[in-house]
Design a protein around this ligand. Structure first.
Ligand SMILES: Nc1ncnc2c1ncn2[C@@H]1O[C@H](COP(=O)(O)OP(=O)(O)OP(=O)(O)O)[C@@H](O)[C@H]1O
Ligand SMILES: [Mg+2]
Length: 116
């Protein structure tokens, strides 16, 4: 099992939710976060114009989507998200991928893939 931590612009949340549904992901966790990438947030994300000095860190609102999936789905999921979310402009986001050792469905005690 792998966890994808998908950081996106807020306006892409509905797109990502639909993709996770399409892939029959068992669940998801969504948080509203602040963040910056290599431009340190000093970019107009509409026009892609750098606004200031890179030394000033400016945190922008982002959405974090956490989803744990069967490893077999990972590459197709990444491809689909990238296809639908990429605009070509800075700030489109990132996907961090981690291995997940175990999962337990509390109601039934099921473990592993069947508990997703
Ligand atoms: N190295 C990182 N560690 C933790 N969070 C990160 C990292 N890079 C990006 N993020 C998170 O992802 C969000 C989007 O990053 P962003 O898409 O701007 O990445 P980037 O590396 O600057 O790429 P781009 O040049 O396409 O903008 C950030 O606002 C931050 O929340
Ligand atoms: Mg960036």
């Amino acid at each position: 099992m792998k966890e994808l931590e998908i950081i996106i612009k807020p306006e892409k949340l509905e797109t990502v939710k639909s993709i996770l549904d399409e892939f029959h992901c068992g669940g998801m966790t969504i948080s509203s976060v602040m963040g910056c990438g290599t431009q340190r947030g000093n970019i107009d994300e509409e026009t892609n114009v750098i606004k200031g000095m890179k030394t000033n860190i400016n945190l922008l609102p982002k959405i974090r989507v956490e989803v744990v999936v069967d490893e077999e789905k990972v590459e197709n999921l990444i491809a689909r998200i990238s296809e639908k979310v990429a605009t070509g402009n800075a700030g489109d986001g990132k996907i961090f991928i981690r291995s997940i050792e175990e999962v337990v469905r509390i109601r039934t005690g099921e473990r592993g893939k069947k508990a997703l």
